[in-house]
Design a binder for this molecule. Structure first.
Ligand code: 5GP
Length: 205
């Protein structure tokens, strides 16, 4: 366990429909808690301008990804918008060994797999205030055509239906207040008594 952590490493799993503001929220969270590690996923999607292999994702081809599935190297994986994405088992194992908190930005299908297998996970779903605001945000990005936006809105409804089984729901109506809520979740989860056995031992020793 690292010196800064009085608790065992926590897995913070964050999901959201596209346009809900998850990327900005995760960035703010890491700025506040730079000791939280960020999992770098494997994906078959092609690299976008400005992305770096090994930093944003590990970019691999289909056969490599399928081999990882077959060899049980992935803690979870899913097909999202036609591409495969997955988290390496070793990423979770290393963080757990070192007592490091880890942030996973993954879709609900992958989150559901971890929820089943991972007792120390904290599952957070980011919601838009409503679907018309989500549509406004998707259009204001000016990156997608009408058809893509229509598909993303349809997918968003399916994704939001999954929010019920997450531990926390954070509505991103205002970035500052949504960031405050996520920070509060991290702080509160670190204080949970069931994670603090070592802390008590240290105090009474
Ligand atoms: P993007 O291609 O825009 O970076 O990500 C598309 C979606 O894939 C996002 O919703 C993101 O959360 C999800 N995603 C990224 N990495 C993983 C992963 O390792 N596993 C799963 N299940 N989803 C992921």
């Amino acid at each position: 366990m690292s010196k800064q952590n009085q608790h065992e490493g926590i897995l913070f799993v964050v999901s959201a429909p596209s346009g809900a503001g998850k990327t900005s929220l995760c960035r703010e969270l890491i700025d506040t808690f730079p000791e939280i590690g960020q999992s770098v996923s494997f994906t078959t999607r092609s690299m976008r301008a400005g992305e770096q292999d090994g930093v944003d994702y590990h970019f691999v081809d289909h056969s490599c990804f399928e081999r990882m599935i077959k060899d049980n190297q992935l803690a979870e994986w899913a097909q999202v918008h036609g591409n495969l994405y997955g988290t390496a088992l070793t990423t979770l194992e290393q963080a757990a060994d070192q007592g490091i908190d880890l942030l996973l930005d993954i879709d609900y299908q992958g989150a559901a797999q971890l929820k089943k297998n991972c007792k120390h996970g904290v599952f957070i779903f980011i919601l838009p205030p409503d679907l018309s605001e989500l549509e406004r945000r998707l259009r204001s990005r000016d990156t997608d055509n009408d058809e893509v936006i229509r598909r993303r809105l349809e997918a968003a409804q399916e994704e939001i239906a999954q929010a019920v089984w997450y531990d926390y729901l954070v509505v991103n109506d205002d970035l500052t207040s949504a960031v405050d809520k996520i920070k509060s979740i991290v702080i509160a989860e670190r204080c949970r008594s069931e994670r603090s056995g070592k802390l008590l031992q240290q105090i009474v020793k």
